[in-house]
Design a protein around this ligand. Structure first.
Ligand SMILES: *[C@@H]1O[C@H](CO)[C@@H](O)[C@H](O)[C@H]1NC(C)=O
Ligand SMILES: *[C@@H]1O[C@H](CO)[C@@H](O)[C@H](O)[C@H]1NC(C)=O
Ligand SMILES: *[C@@H]1O[C@H](CO)[C@@H](O)[C@H](O)[C@H]1NC(C)=O
Length: 576
């Protein structure tokens, strides 16, 4: 009897061992073999499933179309290697692995903490990477720390970029928004498959940085996304007027593409068919945004962005937002929402000024950025473009960003302008929209904590005049990793590790409950409302503050008119 029980127990044990092979996951689509890895910092286990295809290759006839779902498979899928990055220009300075690229790039990665088989269902966080909608990939971001420390499942995704992801021509031949459709397809994949990884499809948070945050924000304005996620975190970027290309931009751009590809514009359907047969390298060349920077300026019009397509966006989303009863506003209000920024988003400025431009205006951005440069090279073309060259507006903006103080002060004012033009007033507007009556909770943060790898590291460290945390600094608190690629590769101080753990605790608690909280003794992060405007400051200390950047907000929402919204855009069709 004893022996039999023992045999039985052994057999049972063996059986359980086989069952508990956490690197093999049976999804509704088919089995996937991943990796069992150890988090270096805590010694804890994480299961990683890499390079999972979530849509058919968007190539050939599928170029410039919505992604198609993958067919099920029977054999074990190899989930031990990352997939390719989407086609993009390569810059030596951006050593993020994107040089390994292919048009067949619709892959995602899944990080599961501790065990795939045991325990409760876990909340899911889906990361949408940044890179101006033209650069980057998902696999660069190691979700291990978030998954292990926060006890959530992290999913990182690729989506089509640049012309391949966003060529929309206000015509049925190419409606645009393919990159957004890819993100939606990845979220649908999560709905159908994440339970196999112990994920809870009813507790999904989307989060992203920079262009990833633009996308997060646009996804919150698409009512048909209801059910795909219930929470959203927009880190340094929200939907904004300037992101959606209007008629002028599209017209100029396709003219240019037509010239470079020899694809005739006479018939739009033939034009797009011809582009489907054009080599990716030629398309990347044709889409180089630098060709659209006007002489002696640093003003770039948006060429690729969420566009009115008659499907995801029946009209300019910024217009739909103003109507509190629109389905778009209603959907946004139903979600829990965090939006935040770093203290100096304008760090992007010192990295963006080409040497010939510095020569033309006779300055060295590493030493100082003079007022005459931002007035002449950015504010002036900006006002020409959006406000028909209104001199009063030009002067108002220029004087607001001119400092009476030192050269260092002036340089920071220049950076302020850049950050404000691109991010800050839009963030405040979006928070105000979201704080209107509705179910979802609203939170704001600002990250001022300097990251161990400031923007530009290691190629272009911040100039000595630069003050504050720069664009992307907050992402390092969430995704730093000691074993991946150039910018995350160094050692990290214990102080920053501690800070990062707290940040991860707030982020993942929001993902799980809709309330950002870092443990019972943590400082409560109060909700944002339009009366008190509370926000959490993440600095060396973490504390609550009120009335974020009030002078900036007063200026952009009172002293100059809002950036005008484009004329009504309609989708046209060619006669057959
Ligand atoms: C590039 O990606 C492919 C597809 O995942 C992979 O097989 C290959 O090893 C990668 N090459 C490099 C150099 O990383
Ligand atoms: C377009 O036509 C010109 C002139 O015939 C030729 O030089 C160029 O290589 C063509 N470009 C492409 C992308 O085919
Ligand atoms: C990190 O990467 C940079 C850029 O490739 C390199 O210069 C540096 O030596 C690396 N540091 C470590 C600790 O590997």
């Amino acid at each position: 009897m004893y022996r039999r029980t023992l045999t039985y127990t052994c057999l049972l044990h063996l059986f359980i061992l086989t069952l508990a092979d956490d690197t093999l996951v049976k999804t509704p689509l088919g089995p996937i073999r991943g990796l069992e890895l150890t988090d270096e910092e805590t010694g804890k286990t994480v299961y990683e499933f890499r390079g999972i295809r979530f849509a058919k290759a968007p190539t050939g006839e599928r170029r410039f179309r919505k992604p198609e779902p993958v067919d099920p498979w029977a054999e074990e899928y190899d989930g031990t290697e990352y997939g390719y990055a989407c086609p993009q220009m390569n810059f030596e300075e951006v050593d993020d692995g994107s040089s390994n690229q292919s048009e067949d790039c619709l892959f995602l990665n899944v990080y599961v903490p501790h065990s795939v088989t045991k325990g409760e269902k876990l909340s899911v966080m889906v990361w949408i990477h940044g890179g101006g909608l033209t650069l980057g990939n998902g696999f660069f971001y190691d979700g291990t720390r978030l998954a292990v420390d926060g006890n959530v499942i992290v999913v990182t995704i690729n989506y089509r970029l640049g012309l391949l992801g966003f060529l929309g021509i206000h015509h049925s031949a190419a409606r645009g928004n393919y990159g957004l459709w890819d993100q939606i397809a990845a979220l649908q994949w999560v709905q159908h498959n994440i339970a196999s990884f112990r994920g809870d499809p009813n507790s999904v948070t989307i989060f992203g940085e920079s262009a990833g945050a633009w996308c997060v924000s646009f996804l919150t304005l698409i009512p048909s996304n209801k059910g795909l996620f219930t929470r959203a975190i927009a880190q340094s970027g929200v939907a904004a007027r300037y992101l959606s290309p209007g008629k002028r931009e599209v017209q100029r751009f396709i003219q240019h593409v037509s010239e470079l590809t020899n694809c005739s514009l006479d018939n739009k359907n033939d034009f797009i068919d011809c582009l489907r047969k054009t080599d990716v390298a030629v398309l990347l060349q044709a889409a180089d945004q630098m060709q659209f920077v006007r002489e002696n300026t640093l003003f770039v019009e948006s060429l690729f962005g969420p566009i009115v397509d008659g499907e995801l966006f029946p009209d300019n989303p910024m217009k739909l937002l103003e109507d509190q009863s629109s389905p778009q506003s209603q959907f946004l209000s139903s979600l829990d929402f965090v939006a935040g920024t770093v203290s100096q988003e304008g760090s992007l400025l010192y990295m963006s000024i080409m040497p010939d431009l510095q020569e033309h205006y006779a300055f060295d951005a590493m030493v100082a950025i003079p007022a005459k440069f931002i007035c002449g090279a950015i504010i002036s073309p900006f006002v020409d473009y959006y406000y028909k060259g209104d001199e009063k507006i030009k002067n108002a903006i220029c004087s607001f960003y001119t400092s009476d103080g030192s050269e260092d002060d002036q340089s920071n004012r220049a950076a302020d302008f850049y950050g404000d033009m691109l991010f800050n007033p839009w963030t405040r507007n979006m928070l105000d929209y979201h704080a209107r009556p509705g179910e979802g909770k609203t939170y704001q943060y600002q990250v001022s904590k300097l990251s161990p790898y400031p923007t530009g590291y290691p190629y272009m460290p911040p100039p000595s005049w630069f003050k504050g945390a720069g664009h992307f600094d907050e992402a390092i608190g969430l995704f730093r990793s000691n074993n991946r690629k150039a910018i995350f590769n160094g050692t990290i101080s214990d102080d920053y590790k501690q800070y990062s753990r707290t940040m991860i605790a707030y982020w993942t608690s929001f993902a799980k409950t809709g309330v950002p909280c870092a443990g019972k003794t943590s400082l409560p992060w109060l909700e944002y409302d339009t009366k008190r405007r509370m926000f959490m400051e993440f600095d060396d200390e973490i504390y609550l503050r009120q009335n974020w950047k009030s002078a900036m907000n007063k200026f952009w929402s009172g002293e100059i008119p809002p950036v005008p919204i484009d004329e009504d855009l309609k989708i046209t069709h060619d006669e057959l």
